[in-house]
Design a protein around this ligand. Structure first.
Ligand code: ARG
Length: 462
C-alpha cells in the first residue's frame, strides 16, 4: 500500500519528479486532527445510511482514535510516498484496521469536499486564537491609556504638529482600529460556519444518502453548503481571512512605526523595557525597537500572503483545480506570523514607559494652538474665514518676533483684530485647548474617559 488514493486506471506509478511536485504533506500534515475529526463524522454518516455495519463502524472509529493518539504523541508521520494528508491518513488507517474495513471509509467523499471542510475548521480555530491575541493587544493599549489619562501630546497631521491631544486619545485610536479587525474575524467566522462543504463530493454531491446537515453540526458548522460546486471550488473564505490578517498587520504596523519614532533621541516620548528591546553586537549603548520593526516588516509579508492567494484564485474555472493546493501555505503563514507577532507586540506595548513631561513640553510647539484662536474668535461671533486669517496673522507675528502665541501682548492682540482680547489666553494652554474639544469623539478628558469605557465594553463583548 503506497498511500495512493488512485491508480486503477494507470499502468505504471507516477514518476519521482511528479511525486516531488505533487506532495503537500510537508505543509498539510498539520491538518491531521481535522482530517480525523472529519473522517469520524463521515464514518457516522455512512453508518446511519446503512453502509457500515455496527462492527465496521466501531472498528473504524477505533482506528481513527489510535491515529489521533499517535499524532498527539508526535508519533504519526507521513511517508515520502504519501501525496497529501488525506492519502497518508488513509494508508495509516488501513494499516491499523486492515484494508477490508479501512477501504469502506472513502465512499461518498472526495478529497475536494474533504479539504474544503477541514481547511475551514482549521482556519476557524486559528482565527479565534488571533482574535484573542488582538484583544490582548487592545487591552494593553487601553491599560496604557488608562494609566496616562490627562497626559497631553502633540497631535500630528502630515507628521507635523497639528493640535494638542490626549495621549490616551491617540492610543485609543489604535484600539478602535484593532477592535474592528476583531469584528471582521467574528463575522468572517459566522459566514464560514454557515457553509460546511461536506457532502459536496468531488463537485456534484453524493448519491449515498449521507447526512450533510448532521455532519456539519457535528463538525461545528451552523449550516451546510447549498451548492456542491461552490462548496468545493470557493476559496473566498481563505482570501478573506488573509485580508483580515493583512489588515491586522497594517494596523499594528502603524503603531509600530510610532513606537520606532517615539523611541528616538529626537522624540524621547517612550522608553522601551529591557525585556522587550534588543541591543547591538558592536555599539554597547544601543537599545533597538526590534519588535516594532519586525511588526512593520511582517505587515509586508502578510500583504504578500494575501496578494499571492488572490493571484492563485484569479480566473480559476469551476470546480476544483489542483492550483487550489497552493491556497494553504500563504494563509498558514498569515496565522503563524500573527500568532508569533502579536504576543511580542503586546508585551512591548504593555511595558512602554511614556515620558509625559517631554510630550507636554512639545505639545504647544509649532503654534499648535492656532486653531484654538480661530475657534475662540468664532465663538466671539467672527466668521471663520476671517478668524482663520486673524489666527494666521498671530502666527506670522509670533514667528517674526520669535515668541509663542500666549506671549502676544494685549496691544498686539487688539492691533491684529478688534475682537481679539485677553480672554483668548484661556484657550492658549494645552489643557484649555484639549478641554474645549468636548464634542462626541473629541479629545477632551471627559470624552476620553467615556471612550475608554466604550473600548473596554466593546472588547468584552466581542
Ligand atoms: N491536497 C489537495 C489540496 O490541498 C486536495 C486533493 C485534491 N486533489 C485532487 N486531485 N482532486 O487541494
Amino acid at each position: 500500500n503506497t498511500g495512493k488514493l488512485w491508480g486503477g486506471r494507470f499502468a505504471g506509478g507516477p514518476s519521482p519528479e511528479l511525486e516531488a511536485l505533487s506532495r503537500s504533506t510537508h505543509f498539510d500534515w498539520r491538518l491531521t486532527p481535522y482530517d480525523l475529526a472529519g473522517s469520524r463524522a463521515h464514518a457516522g454518516a455512512l453508518h446511519r445510511a446503512g453502509l457500515l455495519t455496527d462492527g465496521d463502524h466501531a472498528e473504524l472509529v477505533r482506528g481513527l482514535d489510535v491515529l489521533g493518539e499517535q499524532y498527539a504523541a508526535g508519533d504519526l508521520r507521513p511517508a515520502p510516498s504519501d501525496e497529501d494528508v488525506h492519502g497518508a491518513l488513509e494508508r495509516l488507517l488501513l494499516e491499523e484496521v486492515g484494508p477490508d474495513v479501512g477501504g469502506r471509509l472513502r465512499a461518498g467523499r472526495s478529497r475536494n469536499d474533504q479539504i474544503a471542510t477541514l481547511f475551514k475548521m482549521f482556519l476557524r480555530d486559528h482565527a479565534r486564537v488571533v482574535a484573542g491575541q488582538v484583544l490582548d493587544l487592545v487591552d494593553a493599549i487601553a491599560g496604557q491609556a488608562e494609566q496616562h489619562l490627562g497626559a497631553i501630546m502633540p497631535g500630528r497631521t502630515h507628521l507635523q504638529h497639528a493640535q494638542p491631544v490626549l495621549l490616551s486619545h491617540h492610543l485609543l485610536a489604535h484600539a478602535w482600529a484593532l477592535l474592528r479587525d476583531v469584528d471582521r474575524l467574528a463575522d468572517w467566522d459566522a459566514r464560514v460556519a454557515a457553509d460546511s462543504p461536506y457532502g459536496s463530493g468531488a463537485l456534484a454531491g453524493s448519491s449515498l444518502g449521507l447526512d450533510p446537515a448532521g455532519v456539519a453540526a457535528e463538525l461545528g458548522f451552523t449550516g451546510s453548503t447549498a451548492n456542491s460546486i461552490d462548496g468545493t471550488a470557493a476559496r473566498d473564505f481563505v482570501a478573506e481571512l488573509a485580508f483580515v490578517g493583512a489588515m491586522v498587520g497594517v494596523d499594528v504596523s502603524r503603531l509600530a512605526e510610532e513606537v520606532i519614532l517615539w523611541s528616538t533621541a529626537e522624540f524621547r516620548f517612550v522608553r522601551l523595557h529591557d525585556s522587550w528591546s534588543t541591543g547591538s553586537s558592536i555599539m554597547p549603548q544601543k537599545k533597538n525597537p526590534d519588535i516594532a520593526e519586525l511588526a512593520r516588516g511582517k505587515a509586508g509579508r502578510l500583504i504578500g500572503d494575501l496578494a499571492g492567494l488572490l493571484a492563485t484564485l484569479k480566473a480559476l474555472p469551476l470546480a476544483y483545480n489542483r492550483d487550489l493546493q497552493e491556497d494553504k501555505e500563504p494563509v498558514f503563514d498569515t496565522v503563524d506570523t500573527l500568532e508569533v507577532l502579536l504576543p511580542a507586540f503586546t508585551g512591548m506595548v504593555a511595558t512602554l514607559g511614556f515620558d509625559t513631561d517631554r510630550m507636554a513640553e512639545l505639545a504647544p510647539q509649532g503654534f499648535s494652538l492656532a486653531t484654538d484662536v480661530a475657534e475662540w474668535l468664532v465663538r466671539e461671533g467672527v466668521p471663520f474665514r476671517v478668524a482663520h486669517e486673524v489666527a494666521g496673522e498671530c502666527v506670522r507675528r509670533c514667528e517674526a518676533a520669535g515668541i509663542d502665541l500666549p506671549d502676544l501682548s494685549d496691544a498686539d492682540l487688539a492691533d491684529i483684530h478688534p475682537a481679539l482680547h485677553a480672554g483668548v489666553r484661556e484657550v492658549l494652554t494645552i489643557e484649555g485647548s484639549v478641554a474645549s474639544r468636548d464634542g462626541i469623539g473629541g479629545t477632551a478628558p471627559v470624552r476620553v474617559v467615556e471612550q475608554l469605557g466604550q473600548v473596554r465594553d466593546r472588547a468584552t463583548h466581542l
